[in-house]
Design a protein around this ligand. Structure first.
Ligand code: 13P
Length: 250
């Protein structure tokens, strides 16, 4: 069985004092976790977060990285800059980046490759909109996101990749996918990965669910056979709630 991974995506929230306070509160609450625990914080909070979690089982991630090693990309952050700080994980291709910042499957692939090359573990996000689900194109959209977004990633590299299935309609809406909807969609994604990488790689790939996961619904979602963890937005900002989600896996 895969080790389950619970990652918090703080998005554009929390100043330094909030970062220290939230993580200081979180650390003892998740000290006995069997899941891998990650918090993905804004760039400006990475140094603080790394300092606070030092020596604990809480890992730190960023929320994006650029595809180039360095160069004239004003405002961007290279994977090596994150790696140098001690950052271990990075979210790539979140639906908010696809929607508001023009990310495509091709830029997601480029960022994922760059992250892997720098020794970071990318958490690559995929997921359909409500329109796509209701219009019957969900499977096609997920297939394209996977086939294009992972086109040049090798089976060997996949051992360092986490995938987050986040249906766009469930993000920040309070509408969670049902346990079956989430499990079925992840099972489908796994079958696409299997067609690309074979059954061993697909079976050991960690595929998280994300979208209004909270302290109330996490246990049931996380008990579904294909759901290997969670990528948690809003609820990850509150230490007790995030800890309850982490500790739902025992
Ligand atoms: P919410 O948990 O706030 O719905 O956000 C999910 C998400 O986008 C995590 O990346």
């Amino acid at each position: 069985m895969n080790t389950k991974v619970i990652a918090g995506n703080w998005k554009m929230n929390n100043l330094q004092a909030d970062t220290t306070a939230t993580l200081t509160q979180l650390i003892p609450l998740v000290a006995d976790a069997t899941a891998t625990v990650i918090v993905c914080v804004p760039y400006t909070n990475l140094a603080t977060a790394l300092q606070v979690v030092k020596g604990t089982n809480v890992h730190v991630g960023a929320q994006n990285c650029h595809w180039a090693e360095k160069g004239a990309f004003t405002g961007e952050i290279a994977p090596s800059m994150l790696k140098e700080m001690g950052v271990e994980y990075v979210i790539v291709g979140h639906s908010e980046r696809r929607t508001y910042f023009g990310e495509t499957n091709q830029t997601v692939l480029a960022r994922t490759k760059a992250a892997l090359n720098a020794g970071l573990k990318p958490i690559v996000c995929i997921g359909e909109t409500l329109e796509q689900r209701n219009g019957g194109t969900m499977e096609q959209v997920l297939t394209e996101q996977i086939q294009q977004g992972f086109a040049e990633i090798t089976a060997e590299q996949m051992a360092n990749v986490i995938v987050a299935y986040e249906p766009v309609w469930a993000i920040g809406t309070g509408v969670t996918a049902t346990n079956e909807q989430a499990n079925d969609a992840i099972a489908f994604c796994r079958s696409v990965f299997e067609s690309m990488y074979g059954s061993d790689t697909a079976a050991s790939l960690c595929i998280q669910y994300g979208g209004s996961m909270n302290d109330k619904n996490a246990k049931e979602l996380l008990s579904m056979p294909h759901i290997d963890g969670g990528l948690v937005g809003g609820a990850s900002l509150v230490a007790e709630k995030f800890a309850t989600i982490v500790n739902a896996i025992k």
